[in-house]
Design a protein around this ligand. Structure first.
Ligand SMILES: [Zn+2]
Ligand SMILES: [Zn+2]
Length: 118
């Protein structure tokens, strides 16, 4: 019989890294870097509206208020969020990547004169 405690049991609790804290620090550092970078690379009004619409929608998705749906065009399961109108961030159309790419190639971007909603 060996009565010695194993290595893990002897490790002081404070030596165990706090992974949640490390994660939060890394995210904060990245956010600060992006804020700084953005100062030298301002967004167009349209791009800013698009970014805001996207972040609203992803917050709602994380809270379970928006649910992923199959692609509206082809029924594929793997979909991303598309906005027809960046002023209505929660008005999301679910499209797979190929259909999404095709949509913007054929119809342009919301806000453009030639734009046709998905
Ligand atoms: Zn599709
Ligand atoms: Zn889109």
């Amino acid at each position: 019989m060996n009565a010695e405690p194993c290595f893990r049991e002897r490790l002081p609790v404070e030596r165990v890294p706090d992974f949640e804290q490390i994660d939060a620090d890394r995210r904060a550092a990245h956010a600060a870097y992006m804020r700084e970078w953005r100062r030298g690379h301002p967004l167009s009004d349209e791009a800013r509206r698009r970014d805001i619409a996207r972040s609203y929608a992803s917050v709602y998705r994380r809270r379970g208020l928006l649910t992923r749906e199959p692609c509206r065009h082809c029924g594929a399961e793997e979909t991303i969020m598309h906005h027809d109108d960046y002023a209505r961030p929660l008005d999301v159309v679910w499209l797979c990547r190929p259909c999404h790419r095709r949509h913007h190639r054929d119809h342009g971007r919301p806000g453009e004169a030639r734009y046709v909603p998905a």
